[in-house]
Write a protein that binds this ligand. Structure first.
Ligand code: URA
Length: 240
C-alpha cells in the first residue's frame, strides 16, 4: 500500500489532505519525515502523524483524558456547551464517536471509535465490562457504606412490577470503585443511596485499558494493539 493510501485509510484523510500533511512534514515513517506519498508501506512499519503512531487497521480507536466541563457528545446541541469531540482534529471528529458517556464534571478515560460493534459490546450490560473510577465523596466513605455499595443498593430502579432492582455488585478498593453497569449518574446514585455525595469522579480504566497518565486533560492518543484487543474483546484479552 502507498503512504497516501495508508493515511487516507488509517487517519481518515482525503488524498489531498494526506499530500498536504506529507508536504508539511507532519508524517513520519519509522521515525523519518516522509516526503513522498507514493512510497510503499510494508507491514510493521510505524507511521506517525503529528508524532502519534497511527493504527494499522482501518478502524480507529483512541483514548482521551476528558477534561472537566465538557459534555460527552459529538456536536454542540446546546448553545455555549463545550463538547468532547471539539478536542479532536476535524477529520477524526467527523468519523469517531465516544463510547458511553461521562458526566460534564467527570474526568478521565473516554474511548472514541468508529467500530460500532465493539462499542456496542463494551456498553452492553450483558457483557459486564468493567469500568473503574477514582472518587472523592462527602463525608469520607465508611466501611459499612462501602460494603453496602459492593453488594448492591437501591438507586431508584424498578422492574415492571414495581420491585426494586438493586445496583449490580461492585468492588470498592480504597478510593477506586469498579462497576459493570453504566446507567445515568450510576456512581453518584449508588453513593447517594447510602448517604454519601460524590465530589469528584475520574475514570481510570475501561475494559481492561488504563488511562494513560501522561495525557493531560483534553489530550488524546490512539490505542495500541494490546489495548485494541482488550477493547474489542470486552476486556477479556491482551494479558488480563
Ligand atoms: N457514574 C456517574 O455518576 N457519573 C459518571 O460520569 C460516570 C459514572
Amino acid at each position: 500500500m502507498r503512504l497516501d493510501g495508508f493515511l487516507s485509510k488509517s487517519a481518515l484523510m482525503t488524498r489531498r489532505e494526506a499530500a498536504r500533511a506529507i508536504a508539511a512534514g507532519r508524517v513520519t515513517v519509522d521515525g523519518d519525515t516522509a516526503r513522498d506519498g507514493s512510497v510503499r508501506i510494508a507491514d510493521g512499519m510505524k507511521i506517525a502523524l503529528d508524532g502519534r503512531i497511527l493504527p494499522p487497521a482501518s478502524k480507529i480507536y483512541l483514548m482521551m483524558n476528558k477534561p472537566e466541563g465538557f459534555i460527552t457528545a459529538t456536536e454542540d446541541r446546546r448553545r455555549g456547551e463545550r463538547v468532547v469531540s471539539e478536542l479532536l482534529p476535524d477529520e477524526l471528529a467527523r468519523r469517531v464517536f465516544p463510547v458511553g458517556r461521562l458526566d460534564r464534571d467527570t474526568t478521565g478515560l473516554l474511548i472514541f471509535t468508529d467500530d460500532g460493534e465493539a462499542a456496542h459490546r463494551a456498553l452492553s450490560p450483558r457483557h459486564h465490562v468493567e469500568k473503574s473510577y477514582m472518587f472523592t465523596c462527602s463525608p469520607p466513605l465508611t466501611p459499612e457504606a462501602s460494603d453496602a455499595i459492593e453488594k448492591g443498593v437501591d438507586i431508584g430502579e424498578r422492574d415492571g412490577k414495581g420491585e426494586v432492582i438493586l445496583s449490580k455488585p461492585a468492588r470498592v478498593d480504597g478510593d477506586v470503585i469498579t462497576i459493570t453497569e453504566g446507567k445515568f449518574h450510576q456512581i453518584k446514585r449508588m453513593f447517594h443511596a447510602v448517604g454519601f455525595e460524590i465530589e469528584t469522579l475520574r475514570r481510570v480504566a475501561f475494559s481492561g485499558i488504563a488511562l494513560d497518565e501522561s495525557l493531560m486533560p483534553g489530550e488524546w492518543r490512539y490505542l495500541d494493539g494490546e489495548e485494541i484487543a482488550k477493547f474489542t474483546s470486552g476486556g477479556k484479552n491482551g494479558g488480563d
